[in-house]
Design a protein around this ligand. Structure first.
Ligand code: C2E
Ligand code: MG
Ligand code: MG
Ligand code: MG
Length: 286
């Protein structure tokens, strides 16, 4: 915690969560130590072009390699990161790491002596929290990450949720406009799960909408479920957004999504998020 307001917020969270001896305050100290010890790592999940099966990009997803508790998913530590403000340095680290890794993949000659670089056009999506977006230097942080990594701005997409945009105003709108002016694309993540999707579409005008996995899971369940998912997809398409389906787990879901006009998807069907090392060989294949 870096300010009195943040300490108070942590106390409030402690009380609300009734965490007993495992206080949020303690957890934020542990997270800070983990960040300093470089235990926070980035995994990557392929973003797949449905018609060809080609991996056209990756989404960067943070993990904590905890020495005692094992590999922790974001749900286990992002709430504390948000409440303590640690999400700001953490998010910056993830952004720089992801841009650097993907720039490296793009520059790697294909394995097996093939002619065309398999990852030459690879792009990367990085999640940005509302807290990061509200920082006065957010545009500089993004510009720096592109500069130090050598990644072209066109290869970067920043993912925002309706929750992270809620309650923000002119300052965030200006930051988003500046980010976009640099050529970075913006995606609305978990599309359909917020409480005012239409309002955010109007204000934020994303380049990409990511259909939340609950709407993918609902496909085929009932006529009503199908209608809801297909209208969300249709809304995205008609607004001229790229539409990415999240959480595709079965070939049947992939087929139904393709029928609904979706050309890009992520999910366990194709690959779970993996370490850079585990994905590397396949990514740079010709
Ligand atoms: P998200 O951005 O919507 O990411 C998609 C989540 O769905 C990931 O969970 C991913 O592992 C999971 N997923 C992918 N394919 C499937 C599938 O086929 N089935 C199922 N059931 N799940 C699938 P993960 O990695 O636990 O991340 C959860 C959330 O944490 C992310 O949701 C994102 O909002 C947040 N997050 C992750 N990394 C970062 C980060 O670096 N910064 C910020 N601010 N948020 C992050
Ligand atoms: Mg995301
Ligand atoms: Mg999502
Ligand atoms: Mg999410």
């Amino acid at each position: 915690a870096t300010s009195v307001a943040e300490l108070l917020e942590l106390r409030r969270l402690d009380a609300a969560a009734g965490l007993g001896s495992r206080h949020v305050l303690d957890e934020s100290h542990a997270l800070r130590a983990g960040i300093d010890a470089q235990e926070l790592v980035v995994h990557y999940q392929p973003v797949v072009d449905l018609p060809t099966g080609r991996w056209e990009g990756v989404e960067a997803l943070v993990r904590w390699e905890h020495p005692q508790r094992g590999l922790l998913a974001p749900a286990a530590f992002l709430p504390v990161a948000e409440a303590s403000g640690l999400i700001v340095p953490l998010g910056r680290q993830v952004l720089t790491l992801a841009c650097t890794q993907v720039a490296l993949w793009r520059d790697t000659p294909p394995t097996g002596g093939g002619a065309g670089g398999g990852a030459r056009d690879l792009h990367v999506a990085v999640n940005l929290s509302g807290r990061q977006l509200g920082e006065p230097d957010v545009v500089d942080v993004i510009t720096d990450a592109l500069l130090v990594s050598g990644l072209p701005a066109q290869a970067l997409t920043l993912e925002l949720t309706e929750t992270s945009l809620a309650g923000t105003g002119a300052q965030v709108d200006a930051a988003l406009a500046a980010i976009r002016a640099r050529g970075v694309r913006l995606a609305l993540d978990d599309f359909g799960t917020g409480y005012a999707s239409y309002a955010y579409l109007q204000r934020f005008q994303p380049d990409v909408v990511k259909i939340d996995r609950c709407f993918v899971a609902a496909l085929g369940r009932s006529e009503r479920d199908d209608l809801l998912t297909s209208s969300l997809i249709g809304l995205g398409l008609q607004l001229g957004c790229g539409v990415v389906a999240e959480g595709v787990e079965t070939p049947e879901q992939a087929r139904m999504l393709a029928d609904l006009g979706v050309t890009t998807a992520q999910g366990y069907l194709f690959s779970p998020p993996r370490t850079a090392q585990a994905l590397g060989a396949r990514l740079v294949a010709p």
